[in-house]
Each structure stands twice: as structure tokens, then as C-alpha cells.
Design a protein around this ligand. Structure first.
Ligand code: ADP
Ligand code: MG
Length: 462
């Protein structure tokens, strides 16, 4: 009985420290908007990179021809080809393949990683069928979605600022990733030109806009998290180039690196950060994204095991292994609707080797998942509110203009409690009138199509 009391105390404490009530979320949203201004004002002016993407116009629908896309973002990478048919034909045909990245390549050498990717792409190109048409004498063109912080120097070049999300490869930081990919493509004997370098947020924004003209921002909630939106070019003091014809510039916020004293951080978050590959960085990402949610839960459960013997007198050895409890596992347990929480029991046994658990212990586990997932979802909603504030779309407008946010990523797509909490939180924060014109749209793999569309828009043959 005593140990349940102690476990309940850990839970209560967690709940208090993770609390993100509306007033706090408003502070977070305000801080995001303030940091957006600061990041646009000067290079390095904010924790938010607010990176100029060199994408100054989004797809119009006129794009035509055969284009490839390659999406390197986290756990997997995807290759895609699409035959675009212009205004009438739209997407005539598309094919996609997903390949998982062997873990050793995530911390190996840059050459090995890019060689692996190029080899997979070459194989995919070799399987191109009759339905795809490359005009005589033309080079294949590719949009490269590289979802790590990159300092762009043009639409098709940029250097890696730092690795995130569990990648840590020597010698790539500071290098031009397009040059690196092009070298690897050459090695494969693949005649292909990279005409656009973007990240997943920009790809999703482009793909989202192709589908819906009112898309103004894109958010990724997958292994990591990030956002991009359309800014007025004359509202970017740090931009010294010519003003683009469109008057617009897409900004890659790199919002994963946001931090603020208003973020509800716990001892678990602090320990996770300190032991991570990138301590002190990507603090917002570490509270929100799929790479970390399960790991936070594991740390809480470990404390409950140590201080309250939650799983019996011995601490389950596997519970001590970092990242053993993934966010998909967490979401499986969280969504268990059976009266005896059967799935929770099965997961705890299969993943953590805990042979038998009482219903009471299972309930505690679900309660921990609930606190951690909802905190992340609410903070993500606050980030979106920050963007809407920056755009002036958080207050009722005179026109009934729609505002659409395209969201992509496995976390948002599969973790129902997370996505529902995000949506309801944003609705509550905006109020009925404004939320009736704000739409959140799942842009499932919009990033792949988006990168191909941007490759088309920047084709060497235009
Ligand atoms: P990436 O972010 O690597 O480009 P995805 O957008 O597919 O890839 O997101 C994958 C991430 O989404 C996984 O790392 C995981 O954290 C999360 N995820 C995938 N499936 C689920 C699920 N069923 N429940 C919760 N999270 C999930
Ligand atoms: Mg992705």
C-alpha cells in the first residue's frame, strides 16, 4: 500500500510539472512569435534559425514532366517519381518506395550514408516503367528533401548546420549536402541533377499548397518536429538579396530548437537532454517529437520502479536501456481500451520483460503516457498559435479568409490522442470564431510530392 502511495506521488508531481494550462500556452505562443521576429531580424538572432529557403513561390499547378524526389529525414528514407501533367493532368502517376536506414549508417561516415542512398535511388530509377516519360536528351531532375538544419546558399545548395534526431556523422557539418549527394550519384553512374534542396517542412508546404491554395504553413510531427511558413519578403530584415517577384519567401523555422522559460520542463527532460547526442539543443523537439516521447515515459517508469517498486522488488533490467520504449509502443499502450488493459500488459512484457503486472500498475503506465503525450501535443498547438500570431491570423479578420496548416509525420498521423489533443487545444486557444476559418490538414507524404514539384519549378529546362 505504501508503494502505491509513493508511485501516485511521483505521478502527481509529474502531472504538476508537465502542466500546460491555457495561460502558459499563451506565453509559449507569444515567445514563439517574439523569437520569429528576432530570427528574421538578424542571423543568429534567435534560437529559431528562421532559415531563408530560397523558395519564393509555391507550386502553381502548371508543373509538367517527370521528376524524382528523395526524402532523408529520420528512420527511413523515401524515393519517389512522379509524372506531372500540368493544370489539367495534375499528378498523372506516382511511385514511391521506402527504405529503412541501417542504424550503423546514422553514426558512420558521410560517404557511406550518401553512397547507400544513391545506390538505392539508382535501383529505383532502374525500375522506371513505360508510364513515365523523360523527353529525349534530358537529364533526370531531383528534389532532395534533407530534413536537418541546413544553411541554404541557393535553392539547390546548402551546408549542414548540425545533425539532429539521433544522427551523428563526422565531417558533414559545414559541407554542401547537394555536392555530397551529387558525388554519390556520379559514383553510381546515375545521370541526375539536384534542382531543389528543401527540408520536409518546405516539401510539405509545397505539396500542401498544390492541393489547397489556402495552405500558409506546414508542421512536421514525426521523429523530430519543425515548421515552415510563407513570410512577406519585405518583413525579413536579414534578407539583403533582391526582393522576389512574388513578394514572398518561405521560411524554415527550425522550431525544434525553440526554448523558453515558459516550457514546462521536468527532471526527466533535463536528464534526457543531458544524456542525448545534442545536449542543450532541440529542447522543444525533445518535449514534443516521436523520437523522445517514449523515452520520457521510460524514464518516469524507471523512477517509479526505483522509488515505489512499481514492478515488484527488482527493477526490470530492460527498463534501464535508453530508447527501448519507443513512441509507437507508448501509443499502443495509451490507446488500449480493454477493461483489463491487456495490450499494456503485453507490451510491458514483450518490450520491458516484465512478466506480470497488476491492473493498478498498468493504469499508472497509461496515466504517464497520457501526461507526456498531452503535454507534447499542447506545446505543439502553442507553436502553431505562435505562427498564426505572427501572420495576424489568430484574431478575427474582416474577410472570412481560410487559413490552412498542413501537418505531416508519423507521430501526428498515428498517435490519435496526440493529434486530437493538438487540434482541440488549438481550437480552445483560438476561440470559435477564428477556429472556424483555421483548418489543420493531414498532408500524408506531401513532402515527397512537394519536393518533386519544387524540382519541377526550378528545372534547368525552364
Ligand atoms: P520521419 O520523421 O523519420 O521522416 P515519419 O514522419 O514517418 O518519419 O515519422 C516516424 C516517427 O513517427 C517515428 O519515429 C515515431 O516516433 C512516430 N510514429 C510512427 N508510428 C507511430 C505510432 N503508431 N504511434 C506513435 N508514433 C508513431
Ligand atoms: Mg519525414
Amino acid at each position: 500500500a505504501k508503494r502505491w502511495g509513493r508511485a501516485a506521488a511521483v505521478l502527481r508531481d509529474l502531472e504538476e510539472r508537465c502542466a500546460a494550462p491555457p495561460a502558459r500556452l499563451r506565453q509559449v505562443a507569444d515567445a514563439v512569435a517574439v523569437e520569429m521576429h528576432a530570427g528574421l531580424a538578424s542571423e543568429g538572432g534567435s534560437k529559431l534559425g528562421m532559415i531563408i529557403s530560397y523558395v519564393d513561390s509555391l507550386p502553381s499547378g502548371q508543373e509538367k514532366g517527370l521528376f524524382y524526389a528523395l526524402d532523408l529525414g529520420g528512420t527511413n528514407f523515401r524515393v519517389l517519381r512522379v509524372q506531372l501533367g500540368g493544370k489539367e493532368g495534375r499528378v498523372v502517376k506516382q511511385e514511391c518506395e521506402e527504405i529503412s536506414i541501417p542504424t550503423h549508417l546514422m553514426t558512420g561516415s558521410s560517404h557511406e550514408l550518401f553512397d547507400f542512398i544513391a545506390a538505392a535511388l539508382a535501383k529505383f530509377v532502374a525500375s522506371e516503367g513505360e508510364d513515365f516519360h523523360l523527353p529525349e536528351g534530358r537529364q533526370r531532375e531531383l528534389g532532395f528533401t534533407f530534413s536537418f538544419p541546413v544553411k541554404q546558399s541557393s535553392i539547390a545548395s546548402g551546408t549542414l548546420i548540425k545533425w539532429t534526431k539521433g544522427f551523428s556523422i563526422d565531417g558533414t557539418v559545414g559541407e554542401d549536402v547537394v555536392a555530397e549527394l551529387s558525388r554519390a550519384l556520379d559514383c553510381q553512374g546515375l545521370d541526375m541533377k539536384v534542382t531543389a534542396l528543401v527540408n520536409d517542412t518546405i516539401g510539405t508546404l509545397a505539396g500542401g499548397r498544390y492541393d489547397d491554395n489556402d495552405v500558409v504553413a506546414a508542421v512536421i510531427l514525426g521523429t523530430g518536429t519543425n515548421a515552415a511558413y510563407v513570410e512577406r519578403a519585405n518583413a525579413i530584415p536579414k534578407w539583403h538579396g533582391l526582393l522576389p517577384k512574388s513578394g514572398d519567401m518561405v521560411i524554415n523555422m527550425e522550431w525544434g530548437n525553440f526554448r523558453s522559460t515558459h516550457l514546462p520542463l521536468t527532471e526527466f527532460d533535463q536528464a534526457l537532454d543531458a544524456e542525448s547526442l545534442n545536449p542543450g539543443e532541440q529542447i522543444y523537439e525533445k518535449l514534443i517529437s516521436g523520437m523522445y516521447l517514449g523515452e520520457i515515459v521510460r524514464r518516469v517508469l524507471l523512477k517509479m520502479a526505483q522509488e515505489a517498486s512499481l514492478f515488484g522488488d527488482d527493477i526490470p533490467p530492460k527498463l534501464k536501456i535508453p530508447f527501448i520504449l519507443t513512441t509507437p509502443h507508448m501509443s499502443m499502450m495509451h490507446h488500449d481500451r480493454s477493461p483489463d488493459l491487456r495490450t499494456v500488459g503485453v507490451e510491458l512484457r514483450d518490450i520491458l520483460g516484465i512478466q506480470s503486472t497488476s491492473l493498478k500498475a498498468r493504469r499508472l503506465v497509461v496515466a504517464v503516457c497520457d501526461i507526456v503525450a498531452k503535454r507534447g501535443a499542447r506545446l505543439a498547438a502553442a507553436g502553431i498559435l505562435g505562427i498564426l500570431k505572427k501572420l495576424g491570423r489568430d484574431i478575427p479578420g474582416s474577410d472570412k479568409q481560410r487559413t490552412v496548416i498542413a501537418i505531416d509525420g508519423g507521430l501526428y498521423e498515428h498517435y490519435t490522442v496526440f493529434s486530437e489533443t493538438l487540434e482541440s487545444t488549438l481550437r480552445d486557444m483560438l476561440g470559435d470564431e477564428v477556429s472556424s476559418s483555421v483548418v489543420i490538414k493531414l498532408a500524408n507524404d506531401g513532402s515527397g510530392i512537394g519536393a518533386a514539384l519544387l524540382a519541377a519549378a526550378h528545372s534547368q529546362y525552364l
